[in-house]
Ligand binder design. Sequence first.
Ligand SMILES: [Fe+2]
Ligand SMILES: [Fe+2]
Length: 135
Amino acid sequence: MASQKLLDLIIEAMKDERHDRKKYKLMMEMTKSDLVRNQIRFAYIDEGIHYKMFRQIYFELTGKWIDVVRPPVKLAPTLIGNVKTSIDGELAAVEMYREIRSMLTLRSQRDRLFRIITDEQEHATRFVYVYSILK
Ligand SMILES: [Fe+2]
Ligand SMILES: [Fe+2]
């Protein structure tokens, strides 16, 4: 049986994934630079994949398919301001997903979390790169 703590964290993760995907979509509209937009697009695409992966894991643990409401996105006025909060957000996601991974027991679920965690680390690196272009 999956603990309520684990299920709550997965729901939190699903909300964060939906939030970030919307945020990155809006950020892509804040730049005329193809180079910058393409970097953000990597994360935008991945967050959609991550949402589906967490949804699938939740189903495997509970037998229930759920969806979550996307939390509102509060944008900073400048793109670079949003890039900064995105770096923090990606690094916080890595911390939370490590905790989720530690609570999973099935090899296939732990492997999927490993993939998501390394994706988030890659996003943080890409946003640091974007930050260096913009500043
Ligand atoms: Fe993600
Ligand atoms: Fe991400």
